[in-house]
Structure formats: structure tokens, C-alpha cells
Design a protein around this ligand. Structure first.
Ligand SMILES: NC(=O)c1ccc[n+]([C@@H]2O[C@H](COP(=O)([O-])OP(=O)(O)OC[C@H]3O[C@@H](n4cnc5c(N)ncnc54)[C@H](O)[C@@H]3O)[C@@H](O)[C@H]2O)c1
Length: 380
């Protein structure tokens, strides 16, 4: 992979995963968080950035810190199974960090899938769990098809509504093919995740595409600051004329599997984003399916399907057809080559304030120049 053209050394830095992990653990330790909980948070934030989903990586650390430090999210304890029947379970997330609840639930779903062919677990009383893909990936790594969903704070204007009542409720399915290849769909049910607009704004963008956001009255806007300053998101598809009602339907479908099924907060009753005066009480849903319960040869057939799709004649020779998970694979390969994660400086500046407030040393960045020099002339 050629890196020089992709990165701008005056604006970008590379940070090793080890440095990021220490920073997260040090911050969480300062606020008294259980170490294993902090480790689970670090795993998912690092994976998120490594996969290129900066919207849900370390840029969100201050929010988890704020939740735990304020007492809105509990810093130690264990989720509890409230009810189970065969392949299903209902879990009390005990108001712990979302990754702690999510890891507990997806492990339980995989155990059930091993026994019954499918495991379907829903949790209430949970918190923000980061990228849905992390949990689906756990099931996939055990040879299962994994799915994960969560509700989130209301930030979406349903089609025709001048009020926000839905979250950007993510949908994820990860399915194993052969030789480590897979289908990995992990997406907000809005045109973009809210965090993508935060990232765009931190990176200095003043214009976002149609279909992403709306002002405080639900009217489409291209200004990221208007979206972040009290506006909201449009459902996947954008306006009604471009199929936004299907995104509204998907947001609601996820809410039914999460908040409605789990008996947690749902829709407008979920607390506002970044507030800590009440618990989040999110609802989440985790599914594992053993493909061996169905026609033999799932992985091989999926591989042919992925290959067939990737090999379609592209519209533009320079842009091959991709399948879900390919953009993230490209990003991870780039990070591996640089032996760290690439950040825009502007994207991590706010963490200096966090480091200062908690009296924790800021992580150290490697300079891209040094890396390129070590790699010889890989860089044209
Ligand atoms: N916890 C929460 O509250 C919450 C809420 C919303 C989103 N999220 C997370 O945010 C992350 C980002 O979501 P997003 O919707 O912005 O992601 P995205 O739009 O970047 O990607 C969505 C999916 O599309 C695939 N994709 C992208 N380009 C493609 C192409 N050209 N061809 C084929 N497939 C392609 C990706 O591999 C990915 O699976 C996800 O990990 C999601 O779980 C979390």
C-alpha cells in the first residue's frame, strides 16, 4: 500500500495502539473504574479507530469518562440474567459501561447458539456500547453469524416530523466466509452516524452532503454546525422523495428489538445525548446464529457470493466494487503498515483538555516522517 499520497504530515499523526490503550486505562483509573471494564472499553475504542470508524473511537472517551465520573453509569458490577428460555435471554445491564454489557450478552448468545443453533439476547439498563460491529465480530470469530443492535439518544427526525424521536440505531451483521474473509455490514440507520458529523466538524468541514442532517426544525441543512448545535440527523435515504421513510422504518425496527423488547427507555424517553442527569437505560439486542444448522457449505457459498460481487465490472476502473467490510479492511491494512492509528491532529486536540483535567499524561504520537524513512521508498 502506498501511504505518502494518502497522508498529510502537517495535519496527521500516527499513534501506537499501546499508547492509546495506556491513555484510556489511565483516564478510567483516575475516575475509579473497574480495570476489566476499562480494558473492555479500550478494546472497542481502539478497534473502532483501527477500522476507520473515528466517530466511535477515542474521540468519544470524554463522554464515557463524564458518564462514569458523574455516577450516571456504574463503574463496577456484573450484568445479570433476568430471564432465560432455551435460546433466549433477557439481561439487566446493571447500568454498566455498554461494552461490558455487550460483551456479556454476545458471549451468552454464542453459548446458546452452540447449544440451540441460535442465541437471542436482549438487555436493558445499558449504556452506549460503541460500534455494533465489535459484538457481531465476536460471534463471527466463533464461526457464527453475529448481529448486534442498540437504541440511542433521540437525534433523528422521522420522515415528515419536525421533532426528533429516534436514535441513529445501528444495524450490524458479520458472517464468516473462508480464509478470514467475511461480510461485515455495520451501519447507522441514518445516512451517517452522528459522530461522523462531529468528526467532519472537528476536521474543519463547513459543508456536509444532502441527506445527512437537518436544522432544529427538521429542515435539511448542509451546515455541520447547525446539525450539532441543536439540529439532528436524517434517516437513511434522507428526504421522503429519496426513500428516507425506509430509514425511518429501520430505526423503528431496531428500536422494537431493543428498547421495546428489553423494557428499557425508548424513542423520545431516552435521555438527551451527552447529558448525565439521568441514567441512559439503553436497550440492546445481540444475536448469534450457527450456520451449520442449515445447508452445508455456508462459508464457501458466501465466499463465492463475495467474490462474484467484488468481480463485477465497475463503473469506474479506479473504483472496484466493494462488499461491506472492505473499506475497513483497507483502513486496517494501512494502520498495520504504519504500525499505529492515524489521526488528524484536530481530531484529538480536545483530548488534551481531558488529559489535563484528569492529570493524565497525553499519549505520544509517532511522526509519519520517521515511519516513512524506516520503510524505504514505499511512498510514491
Ligand atoms: N452505538 C451507537 O449508538 C451507534 C449509533 C450509530 C452508529 N454506530 C456505529 O457507527 C459506525 C459507523 O456507522 P456508519 O453508518 O457511519 O458507517 P459507514 O457509512 O462508514 O459504513 C456502513 C457500512 O457500509 C460499508 N461500506 C462503506 N462503503 C462501502 C462501499 N463503497 N461498498 C460496499 N460497502 C460499503 C461499510 O463496510 C460498513 O459496513 C458503525 O460501526 C456503527 O455501529 C453506533
Amino acid at each position: 500500500m502506498r501511504v505518502k499520497k494518502t497522508f498529510n504530515e502537517s495535519e496527521e499523526i500516527v499513534v501506537s495502539k499501546k499508547e492509546i490503550r495506556s491513555f484510556i486505562l489511565n483516564c478510567m483509573e483516575k475516575i475509579g473504574c473497574d480495570e476489566s471494564h476499562a480494558q473492555q472499553l479500550a478494546d472497542i475504542l481502539i478497534t473502532s479507530d483501527y477500522r476507520g470508524h473515528y466517530s466511535h473511537g477515542i474521540q468519544r472517551l470524554h463522554i464515557y469518562v463524564q458518564d462514569v465520573a458523574s455516577g450516571a453509569c456504574d463503574k463496577n458490577g456484573t450484568p445479570k440474567i433476568l430471564k432465560q428460555k432455551g435460546s433466549t435471554a433477557w439481561v439487566d445491564g446493571a447500568n454498566l459501561l455498554g461494552p461490558v454489557v455487550g460483551n456479556f450478552c454476545i458471549k451468552l448468545a454464542v453459548e446458546k447458539a452452540r447449544e440451540f443453533g441460535i442465541g437471542w439476547v436482549v438487555a436493558n439498563n445499558s449504556n452506549h456500547f460503541g460500534i455494533a460491529g465489535w459484538y457481531a465480530m465476536h460471534a463471527m470469530n466463533q464461526g457464527m453469524v453475529g448481529m448486534a443492535f442498540t437504541n440511542t439518544s433521540p437525534c433523528v427526525f422521522p420522515t415528515r416530523s419536525a421533532q426528533k424521536s429516534l436514535g441513529s440505531n445501528p444495524i450490524c451483521m458479520a458472517a464468516p466466509a473462508t480464509k478470514g474473509d467475511n461480510f461485515f455490514l455495520d451501519m447507522a440507520s441514518t445516512t451517517v452516524a452522528y459522530g461522523k458529523i462531529e468528526v467532519a466538524e472537528k476536521r474543519g468541514a463547513t459543508h456536509i452532503p444532502n441527506g445527512w442532517g437537518a436544522d432544529q426544525n427538521g429542515v435539511e441543512t448542509n451546515d455541520p454546525q447547525v446539525v450539532l448545535g441543536g439540529g439532528g440527523l436524517q434517516p437513511l435515504g434522507g428526504q421522503e422523495a429519496t426513500g428516507g421513510y425506509k430509514g425511518t422504518g429501520l430505526c423503528m425496527m431496531v428500536e422494537i428489538m431493543c428498547g421495546i423488547m428489553a423494557g428499557s427507555a425508548f424513542g423520545k424517553s431516552i435521555r438527551q445525548w451527552q447529558t448525565t442527569d439521568q441514567t441512559a437505560d439503553l436497550g440492546q439486542c445481540f444475536v448469534a446464529i450457527d450456520p451449520e444448522c442449515f445447508a452445508p457449505g455456508f462459508a464457501e457459498r458466501l465466499q463465492s457470493f463475495l467474490d462474484e460481487t467484488r468481480n463485477l465490472e465497475p463503473l469506474n476502473e479506479e473504483q472496484p466494487v466493494l462488499v461491506a467490510g472492505d473499506p475497513e479492511r483497507g483502513h486496517m491494512a494501512m494502520c498495520d503498515e504504519l504500525d499505529g492509528i492515524v489521526y488528524k491532529k484536530s481530531q484529538v486536540l480536545h483530548l488534551l483538555k481531558l488529559a489535563d483535567n484528569l492529570d493524565v499524561a497525553m499519549f505520544k504520537a509517532k511522526r509519519l516522517n520517521d515511519i516513512l524513512a524506516c520503510e524505504g521508498n514505499e511512498s510514491d
